[in-house]
Design a protein around this ligand. Structure first.
Ligand SMILES: [Ca+2]
Ligand SMILES: [Ca+2]
Ligand SMILES: [Ca+2]
Ligand SMILES: [Ca+2]
Length: 549
């Protein structure tokens, strides 16, 4: 009976997907009209003396005042505080940096969100070269710097980069992972051109990462109000030959415990597998997620994951340096990975240095597409007059049933604008069912990428659903919850994540394109800790809140 009903729906979905796919998206940068006009400083723009000027900063979509509209936080280098913009509705944002209490200046790097004290207001962690900051959200009205109060002050200056809240022991309290890039000091790090690690194609550039000392990654356990450094006892500090940048959490081997992937620059990337007893072991090498297809360590920057083939498991995508391929590691199930970059349709975009990246289903056909943003590390590269640039365009891949088609050049002027981009985050900030992207550009205003016209204006509309999960026994942000959505004969999976992309935070709500399906048959949630919950017959084209029960 069910199957008989299912067939016509499937046929309609296939027809509509084909119709929509024939149209190209038209992404525009609407940052100016939205009010995101202030440039975000990040070191030199014509020349950079030190590596700290190159790694830039992340960006976040976080609904800090729970009004249902995703707000924007932009991490900044010295010369400006990191900025928060309140989403006013109607496509407008208002700078509320000062009134919320964001005054600190410094080399802000990563940003990640999570309700660490389970009071219903999402808190914000900002990593720095220097001291990190944990901002407690006080009722959506201001942010209090509680770093020292919760024991997160570091004993020495560290180059903290990617971060993520993660409840690794499923006790309902969010713990915190912080990656460290390397050891950098303005007084001791050599100047450009000083040694062989301070040149790029014959021109003197800032030194590193090669030649600079490694540092270790950090895991803090949430003891309830205060955090405790468990890096050594958990095994997280064990890898000592990696320049760690982007961080992505996820249950990669399907055992119900959240693992941690770390994109590493010029060194093997790390896959910390959660052993379930408070310990992590780096299994990236044996699981095929450390190196490329030829056994070479690439320069990993950003990292994201999606069940892009509807196989029920998250596969991993990583951005790398110029003269390298982007890397797509297909999860073979149980967290065994294979580099499928070339067979999946990638491999031609080797002139870009890639940073922020993320899967998002821009056309709502149920196949997660992929956006990555670019810009070379060295402004000096522009002197070479070659096809590698400090400011460059983005890359948009449409997911055509598991094959990625590069549609960048016909996807609208927003994709083709040239910036030296770093952080990238996603949210449906106007709650219209289409997902938007915000980009942190070095020494420029951010970009806000939005479709100029919804597909409904130009033909049949694909459907969508967005889920806002709230943990009760689990952490209130539901970080680590895994969701299976069945609609129109398609089964999609996703996970609520803190951190990800390049040092950035996307909206904690999950978005699913549904193709032609006008309703969702079933939503199955595996809450952190393993409790299962099933919701059936949900309407499409809605944002639905689901509370753990
Ligand atoms: Ca809001
Ligand atoms: Ca909170
Ligand atoms: Ca899609
Ligand atoms: Ca939207």
């Amino acid at each position: 009976m069910k199957r008989l009903v299912g067939r016509p729906i499937l046929a309609a979905a296939a027809f509509q997907a084909a119709f929509i796919a024939a149209q190209n998206p038209d992404f525009r940068n609407v940052a100016q009209q939205a009010g995101l006009t202030t440039p975000i400083p990040n070191g030199g723009s014509a020349s950079k003396q030190f590596i700290i000027e190159t790694t830039g900063s992340g960006v976040a979509f976080i609904d800090y005042d729970n009004d249902g509209l995703a707000d924007i936080f932009i991490a900044s280098g010295p010369g400006s505080p990191s900025r928060m913009y309140h989403n006013e509705g109607g496509g407008k944002f208002r700078d509320v940096t000062e009134s919320l209490g964001f005054t600190r200046q410094g080399w802000a790097q990563g940003v990640c969100a999570g309700d660490y004290d389970n009071d219903g207001y999402t808190d914000l962690f900002v990593s720095y070269w220097g001291q990190n900051a944990l901002y407690r959200n006080i009722g959506g009205r201001r942010f209090e710097d509680v770093t020292a109060k919760v024991h997160l002050t570091q004993e020495r200056v560290r180059y903290n980069t990617g971060c993520a809240f993660i409840d690794y022991d499923n006790d309902g309290k969010l713990d915190l992972f912080v990656a460290n890039y390397l050891k950098f000091d303005f007084n001791t790090t050599p100047k450009p051109g000083t040694n062989p690690y301070c040149f790029y194609r014959g021109i003197a550039v800032n030194c590193g990462p090669r030649g600079l000392p490694f540092d270790r990654n950090i895991l803090y356990h949430n003891d309830g109000g205060v955090f405790r450094d468990v890096s050594d006892e958990s095994g997280v500090s064990k890898p000592d030959g990696n320049y760690s940048l982007g961080v992505l959490t996820g249950d990669f081997n399907g055992d119900g415990l959240t693992d941690i992937y770390v994109a590493s620059d010029q060194t093997p990337s790390i896959l910390y597998i959660n052993q379930g007893n408070g310990k992590f072991v780096d299994e990236a090498l044996i699981r095929g997620a450390a190196l490329d297809d030829n056994g070479k360590a690439l320069s990993g920057m950003g990292v994201t994951a999606a069940d892009y083939l509807h196989e029920g498991v998250p596969s991993i995508f990583r951005t790398n340096f110029s003269d390298e391929l982007e890397t797509l590691y297909r999860n073979q199930g149980k967290g065994e990975f294979q580099d499928v970059s070339v067979e999946a349709g990638m491999g031609r975009n080797t002139r870009f240095v890639g940073w922020g990246c993320g899967f998002f289903d821009f056309d709502n056909d149920g196949w997660p597409d992929l956006l990555l943003v670019n810009g070379h590390a060295f402004p000096e590269v522009d002197r070479l007059k070659i096809d590698i640039h400090y400011r460059d365009r983005a890359i948009l891949y449409r997911n055509d049933h598991g094959k990625f088609v590069d549609i960048s050049e016909s996807a609208g002027p927003g994709i083709m604008e040239k910036h030296s981009s770093r952080g990238l985050a996603f949210a449906d900030y106007d709650n219209d069912g289409s997902v938007e992207a915000v980009v942190n550009n070095q020494n420029e205003a951010p970009s806000l990428l939005r479709l100029a016209a919804k597909p409904s204006n130009r033909g049949p509309s694909n459907h969508w659903i967005e889920l806002k999960l709230e943990g009760v026994k689990s952490n209130r942000s539901a970080i680590g919850a895994r969701v299976r959505v069945t609609a129109g004969g398609l089964v999609q999976t996703a996970e609520v994540r803190s951190g990800g992309s390049y040092l950035s935070q996307s909206d904690l709500r999950l978005h699913f394109g549904l193709g032609g399906a006008a309703k969702v048959d079933k939503v199955e949630i595996a809450w952190p800790g393993g409790r299962a919950q099933v919701e059936t017959a949900l309407p499409a084209d809605r944002i639905i809140a689901i509370r753990e029960r």
